[in-house]
Design a protein around this ligand. Structure first.
Ligand SMILES: *[C@@H]1O[C@H](CO)[C@@H](O)[C@H](O)[C@H]1NC(C)=O
Ligand SMILES: *[C@@H]1O[C@H](CO)[C@@H](O)[C@H](O)[C@H]1NC(C)=O
Ligand SMILES: *[C@@H]1O[C@H](CO)[C@@H](O)[C@H](O)[C@H]1NC(C)=O
Ligand SMILES: *[C@@H]1O[C@H](CO)[C@@H](O)[C@H](O)[C@H]1NC(C)=O
Ligand SMILES: *[C@@H]1O[C@H](CO)[C@@H](O)[C@H](O)[C@H]1NC(C)=O
Ligand SMILES: *[C@@H]1O[C@H](CO)[C@@H](O)[C@H](O)[C@H]1NC(C)=O
Ligand SMILES: *[C@@H]1O[C@H](CO)[C@@H](O)[C@H](O)[C@H]1NC(C)=O
Ligand SMILES: *[C@@H]1O[C@H](CO)[C@@H](O)[C@H](O)[C@H]1NC(C)=O
Length: 594
C-alpha cells in the first residue's frame, strides 16, 4: 500500500512537470520560514541562477521517542541497563532512526520525477544529499534564493527566507539544508591581555593554583587529577573536533609538553580527516590552506583553538588515553553541515571516540528548530552508542554571539539536551596568598535557557530551583521552561598554549571543554581497566545525587550581557557554571572505582 501510494504520486509529479498547469499535483506548503536573515547578514541580491547548491534532506526518524528512552536507560545510573550502550553493529541505533519505507519511497519518487538522484550520506540512510542549480531549487521548493553577506566579513551564505514541500511529503521531511538556517562564523578563544608577553614562561614562577597563569599542572592540582594513570586501553579514544582550517601542529605540542608539562614530549596525537575538498596526495603547501579536511604541518598555519585543544587534552591524559584530532574540512561549505557530517562519520566509525570535545558553536536563533533538532537527534545517536559529547558553552555571557541583543541568546549545540555543555570558572587568589584560591564563574561563560528544547527530566529539579530563585528578575529575557546550560564548568582563564611556535595566553570556554573532556576520558580509562563500561552520555549521572556530590559547586561570579549583569553563579546548578567543576577523586569514588 505504501509503495503504491508513493508511485502514484511519482506518476502525478512526472505529469505535472510535463504540463506545469496540472492541478492534481500535491500543493506546495511552506515547510520552514523566517522573518529576516540571521543577525549581521544583509541581502546582497538574487543568487545567480546557475550556482550549484549541495542540499541535504533529512528524513524524519521512525521512532526518536524510543531512542530517547534507550539513551536514558543506558545512561541513568539508577537504571538496570546503566552502561549497556547500544551498538551500530546490531543496527539497534539505526532501527530507531531509519525513516519509514513510505517516507523513503515517497521522497525518492518525488526527487527522481524531478530528475534528481540523491545519495544517502548517513548510516541510517536518513540524510540524503543532492546537487541542483539555484534555478531548479527555486522552482522545486518555491524558494527565493539570495546571496546574504555577513557585515564586516567576506562570508556569504546563499539562503532563502522560506521554502515549501509538496503537501504529501511534509510529514516525512525533517529539513532541507542549507535553506533558512544561517551559518555564522564560529566564535574563537580570546587571546587574553597578558599575551603581549609572548615567549616561554618561567614555570617556577607560576602559582600552583590556576589563579595566575593556567598550566597543565595547576589544572591537575585544581581537580585532584593524579599523575599516576591507568595503562592505555586500545578502545579508549578522546576525540578533539577541528573546524575552520584550524590545524594542530606536532612540533608545537612537543614544545608545549617540554616547556609546560611533565608528560613526555614524545607523546603525540593521531589525526582523522574528513570532508576535505581533495585528497592529500601531495606535499602540503601554502596553496592548500583552504582545502581543509587536512592537518597541514606548516608551522605558521597552526591554529590557536586547535593548539589549545590538543595541548590540554594530551597534557592531562598523558599516555593513558589516545587523543585524536578530527579535522573537518569545508567540503560542504557550511559549518552546520560540517557538524552533522562529523557526527554521522563517527556514528559509522568502528574506532569511535569514547569522548568528544568540541569548542565551536552557534547562536540557537541562527538555526531553525527543524535543523537544530535534526542535529541534536544525531548527538542522541552517538550518545546512545556510548560517546560522551562535550561542548564549550560560548564566550559571550548571556549574549551568546549577539552583541546587540535585547533578550538573552542561548547557544548551540550546548542547548541540545543530549550533550554536556561546559562553561568556564576562574580561580582567584585569596588575599594574594600562594596556592590559596577560591573559584568563581568566569564573566564570559555563556549560559541560560533554550528557546527550542524544554528542560529534560534529568535536570528539571536543579534548573527549576534556580528559575524559582530568580523570581521576576529578567522576566521575558529568558525561557523559564527551557533546557538550562551549561551542565558543568572548568577553569577557562589565561591558559598558556604554544601555537605556531609562539607561547600565548588564551581564555574562553574553549579552554574548559577540553579539560572536562580529559577528566572524563581518564575516568573511562579507569572504568575499562576495571572491566566496566565507559560513561557515555554523562548528564543523568552528573545531575544524580552521587554525581553532584562529586563536583565542586562554584559560587560567585556573573556572566553579563545584553546590558544586564547576567546570571549569578549560586549554590547548586546555575546558568554560569552549571553544577560545578570536576573533582577526580570524588568522581572515581562515585563511579565505584577505588
Ligand atoms: C559506513 O561504513 C561502511 C564501512 O566502513 C561504508 O561502506 C559505508 O559507506 C559507510 N556509510 C556511510 C553513510 O558513511
Ligand atoms: C575580503 O576580501 C578582500 C579581497 O580578497 C580582502 O582584501 C579583505 O581583507 C577581506 N576582508 C575580510 C574582512 O576578510
Ligand atoms: C564557517 O565558519 C568559519 C569560521 O568562523 C567562517 O570563516 C566561514 O565563513 C563559515 N562558513 C560559512 C559558509 O558561513
Ligand atoms: C583578606 O585579608 C583581609 C585583611 O587582612 C581580611 O579582612 C579578609 O578576611 C581576608 N579574606 C579572606 C578570604 O581570607
Ligand atoms: C587561605 O585563605 C583562607 C580564607 O579564605 C584562610 O582561612 C586560610 O588560612 C588561608 N590559607 C593559607 C594557607 O594561607
Ligand atoms: C520556550 O521554550 C519552549 C520549549 O521548551 C518553546 O516551546 C517556547 O516556544 C519557548 N518560548 C519562547 C518565547 O521562545
Ligand atoms: C621557533 O622560535 C624560536 C625562537 O622563539 C626560533 O629559534 C626557532 O627557529 C623557531 N622554530 C621554527 C620552526 O620556526
Ligand atoms: C545577583 O546577586 C546580586 C547580589 O546578591 C543581586 O542583587 C542580584 O539581584 C542577583 N541577580 C540575579 C539575576 O539573580
Amino acid at each position: 500500500m505504501a509503495l503504491l501510494r508513493a508511485s502514484f504520486f511519482a506518476a502525478v509529479v512526472a505529469l505535472a512537470l510535463a504540463t506545469p498547469t496540472d492541478r492534481s499535483a500535491p500543493a506546495l506548503v511552506v515547510h520552514e520560514h523566517r522573518g529576516q536573515p540571521a543577525k549581521g547578514f544583509v541581502n546582497l541580491g538574487a543568487a545567480p541562477a546557475d550556482t550549484e547548491l549541495t542540499l541535504r534532506l533529512l528524513l524524519k526518524p521512525n521512532n526518536i521517542e524510543g531512542l530517547t528512552q534507550e539513551l536514558l536507560a543506558v545512561s541513568d545510573p539508577s537504571s538496570s541497563r546503566y552502561g549497556q550502550h547500544l551498538s551500530l553493529e546490531q543496527a539497534s541505533v539505526v532501527s530507531y532512526v531509519k525513516p519509514t519505507t513510505d517516507a523513503v519511497s515517497a521522497v525518492n519518487a518525488w526527487l527522481s520525477s524531478n530528475e534528481i538522484s540523491a545519495t544517502p550520506v548517513s548510516p541510517a540512510g536518513d540524510l540524503l544529499e543532492f546537487t541542483v542549480p539555484v534555478s531548479k531549487a527555486s522552482s522545486l521548493f518555491d524558494a527565493d534564493f539570495s546571496v546574504f553577506g555577513l557585515s564586516g566579513t567576506n562570508t556569504t551564505n546563499i539562503r532563502t527566507l522560506k521554502y515549501s514541500l509538496p503537501s504529501d511529503l511534509t510529514s516525512y521531511v525533517q529539513f532541507v539544508h542549507p535553506m533558512t538556517s544561517f551559518s555564522t562564523p564560529f566564535s574563537k578563544p580570546k587571546i587574553s591581555a597578558l599575551s603581549a608577553k609572548s615567549g616561554k614562561r618561567d614555570v617556577s614562577d607560576i602559582d600552583p593554583s590556576c589563579a595566575d597563569i593556567t598550566t597543565p599542572s595547576c589544572v591537575l592540582n585544581e581537580y585532584n587529577i593524579p599523575t599516576t594513570l591507568p595503562p592505555k586501553q586500545s578502545n579508549n579514544v578522546l576525540g578533539v573536533s577541528g573546524f575552520d582550517n584550524e590545524f594542530a601542529n606536532f612540533l608545537d605540542l612537543q614544545e608545549f609538553l617540554t616547556d609546560y608539562s611533565d608528560v613526555s614530549p614524545s607523546t603525540s596525537f593521531s589525526v582523522q580527516l574528513l570532508d576535505g575538498k581533495q585528497p592529500q596526495t601531495h606535499a602540503i603547501s601554502s596553496a592548500d590552506v583552504l582545502s581543509g579536511g587536512s592537518n597541514t604541518q606548516l608551522r605558521s598555519f597552526a591554529g590557536v583553538e586547535a593548539s589549545l585543544d590538543i595541548d590540554y587534552t594530551v597534557s592531562i591524559v598523558g599516555e593513558a588515553v589516545q587523543v585524536e584530532f578530527i579535522s573537518v574540512g569545508p567540503l560542504n561549505d557550511d559549518n552546520l553541515s560540517g557538524f552533522l557530517d562529523e557526527i554521522n562519520f563517527l556514528i559509522n566509525s568502528t574506532s569511535r571516540p569514547t569522548v568528544l570535545t568540541t569548542s565551536y558553536g552557534f547562536d540557537e536563533e541562527d538555526v531553525t528548530f527543524p535543523v537544530y533538532e535534526g542535529l541534536c537527534n544525531a548527538y542522541m545517536q552517538l550518545g546512545a552508542l556510548g560517546t560522551s559529547l562535550l561542548f564549550a558553552s560560548g564566550d559571550g555571557g548571556v549574549a551568546g554571539n549577539d552583541f546587540e541583543c535585547t533578550t538573552f541568546v542561548p547557544t548551540g549545540p550546548s542547548s541540545c539536551p543530549w550533550v554536556t555543555s561546559v562553561g568556564s570558572s576562574q580561580a582567584v587568589l585569596e588575599n594574594f596568598t600562594k596556592n590559596n584560591f577560591t573559584t568563581i564563574g568566569a564573566f564570559f561563560s555563556s549560559g541560560g535557557f533554550s528557546n527550542y528544547f524544554p528542560a529534560p527530566a534529568y535536570q528539571q529539579a536543579a534548573v527549576s530551583a534556580y528559575v524559582k530563585s530568580l523570581g521576576d528578575e529578567y522576566a521575558g529575557l529568558y525561557n523559564t521552561t527551557g533546557r538550562g546550560f551549561p551542565d558543568v564548568s572548568a577553569e577557562g582563564i589565561n591558559f598558556v598554549v604554544v601555537a605556531a611556535n609562539t607561547s600565548e595566553l588564551v581564555e574562553g570556554t574553549s579552554c574548559s571543554s577540553p579539560v572536562f573532556a580529559s577528566v572524563v576520558a581518564l575516568l573511562n580509562a579507569e572504568l575499562l581497566a576495571a572491566n566496566k563500561p565507559v560513561l557515555g552520555f554523562l548528564n543523568p549521572f552528573l545531575y544524580s545525587p552521587a554525581g553532584q556530590a562529586a563536583l565542586t559547586d562554584v559560587i560567585g561570579g556573573t556572566n553579563p550581557g545584553c546590558n544586564t549583569n547576567g546570571f549569578n553563579a549560586t549554590a547548586g546548578w546555575d546558568p554560569v557554571t552549571g553544577l560545578g567543576t570536576p573533582d577526580y577523586t570524588k568522581l572515581k569514588a562515585a563511579l565505584g572505582l577505588s
